[in-house]
Design a protein around this ligand. Structure first.
Ligand code: UDP
Length: 460
């Protein structure tokens, strides 16, 4: 085990340098929903909502916090964002946690848990002080911070991954931290792991229609933004594009996309022939990306129609433009907490072939705005690709229905609405549990009501 001589700054606080107002969202969600949001926020003026996660950029959580924090601030809430810091070993261990919680088998040593993981948490906690009405701790990386005595307030653990069948060792290690919280939030009820004794809530992630990535591009504009990359990678814009965007991660299952694309062209000669473009980045808290990418490139071999774009410049505009310009988007993860890219692609009006897995099933309505397939079913994916590429008009209609589905369910104001609802509940403004509460009254909640009236304790 390595001992670090250098000390981290306790936690880094991120200060957003831009403003988002509720009115900015009116064109997307309508006046009524904007007014409802403001009404919800009114009694929360000046109340605190802190978020703790482990990366400023890369991955869905950072993506959402970038917009959630400024919007909450303009609603009068004192929203904050803290990022824990760690060395590669720390992220190596938390990546293992992540994979094991989503059902993969690894062995993990006490040194990894007590050294790389808990020592880093202790270093982050040193000198840290977070006091807020609501504190949302995102994912396993910062979870143990809740026991260091430096976080004050109603702490909720927000789980962005699928912990329905977690590895027992890691889950039992995390359970006491989670059960110390005032509640836990999951994307779907199915993801709730065993043994939780705290109030549970369901909240879906959302995308921000005002983010550069989610602006609605015209085809010309998108092609203009992609022009340099098309040149560099020798892509003819007249040919169809199948796009896939994600980190290079074992659960993202890019190999099946590649397999389906190859299968499609073996079985059928499409004219004009499509390209398959993989766009991916490597998040700072994800050490596995490089190796995964190399494996995939080896699988692709010298296929003339497959392209890899990695850590592109002007990332957000390229992501949005590629999703818009693509004829079809594919996301067939074997496990998926949500998969923001699915909503992002649908929002660009592009139909999605998604796997019938986790959060993807909330977004892709089979036959309506895309298709659901089993993640490893290369044949089914190839058939759906074929259908979408040979029925462009129907595919476009599906994409438009996708945009509406996202408008109704997965735009940022809905996410903020749920968090404000939680704030109101936890600060005592609302006595009723939110409508997205998943479980009955918990033991701690019963205690908090009974204890003050208990004759024995009343006298103390
Ligand atoms: N993303 C990006 N550039 C890339 C790859 C991904 O901006 O090269 C973004 C993507 O648009 C999405 C986020 O990273 O907003 C990934 O979120 P998702 O929920 O799909 O997956 P996660 O990485 O959180 O598992």
């Amino acid at each position: 085990m390595t001992h670090h001589e250098d000390h981290y700054a306790p936690l880094e606080e991120y200060e957003p340098d831009f403003t988002l107002t509720p009115e900015d969202y009116e064109p997307f969600v309508g006046r009524e929903r904007v007014e409802a949001l403001k009404e919800l926020a009114a009694p929360l003026e000046g109340k605190g909502w802190a978020n703790v996660n482990s990366t400023l950029i890369g991955g869905g959580v950072a993506e959402m916090l970038q917009s959630v924090v400024p919007l909450a601030r303009s609603l009068g809430v004192n929203a904050r964002w803290y990022v824990i810091r760690g060395h590669d070993e720390f992220f190596g261990v938390t990546k293992k946690f992540h994979n094991m919680l989503q059902g993969l088998d690894y062995s993990i040593t006490l040194e990894e848990i007590f050294g790389a993981y808990l020592d880093t948490i202790d270093e982050n906690a040193r000198g840290a002080f977070i006091a807020s009405d609501l504190v949302v701790v995102h994912d396993p990386q910062p979870a143990a911070m809740v026991m260091n005595g430096v976080i004050f307030g109603n702490v909720l653990w927000r789980c962005h991954i699928d912990t329905s069948t977690p590895n027992r060792t890691v889950w039992r290690f995390l359970l006491p931290y989670i059960n110390l919280c005032a509640g836990a939030i999951f994307t779907m009820e199915e993801f709730v792991g065993p043994g939780l004794q705290v109030p549970l809530y369901e909240v879906s992630p959302c995308i921000d229609p005002l983010a550069e990535k989610n602006r609605q591009y015209s085809r010309d504009e998108a092609l203009g933004i992609l022009a340099d990359l098309f040149n560099e990678h020798d892509i003819d814009p007249e040919r169809p594009i199948v796009a896939a965007v994600s980190r290079y991660d074992v659960h993202k299952n890019q190999a099946s996309i590649l397999g389906a694309f190859k299968r499609l062209r073996e079985e059928k000669s499409l004219d004009p022939a499509p390209y398959l473009v993989f766009l991916g980045n490597t998040a700072t808290d994800d050490p596995e990306g490089g190796a995964m990418l190399e494996e995939l490139k080896t699988l692709a071999g010298d296929d003339p129609d497959i392209r890899f774009w990695v850590n592109v410049e002007d990332n957000d505009r390229v992501v949005g433009s590629l999703m818009h310009a693509a004829d079809c988007f594919v996301h067939v993860s074997t496990r998926e907490g949500f998969g923001l890219v699915v909503s992002e692609a649908l929002w660009q009006g592009t139909p999605v072939i998604g796997s019938r897995v986790g959060g993807i099933t909330k977004q892709v309505v089979d036959g309506e705005n895309g298709f659901l397939v089993a993640p490893l079913d290369i044949e089914a994916t190839a058939q759906k690709l074929d259908w979408l590429l040979t029925n462009p008009e129907r595919a476009r209609e599906m994409g438009q229905r996708g945009r509406e589905h996202v408008r109704q369910n997965f735009l940022l104001p809905e996410l903020v609405r749920r968090y404000l609802t939680l704030m109101r509940f936890y600060t005592g403004q609302d006595r009723h549990a939110p409508e997205f509460r998943l479980n009955e009254l918990t033991y701690t909640e019963v205690l908090s009501v009974v204890r003050p009236r208990h004759p024995y304790l009343a006298g103390t």
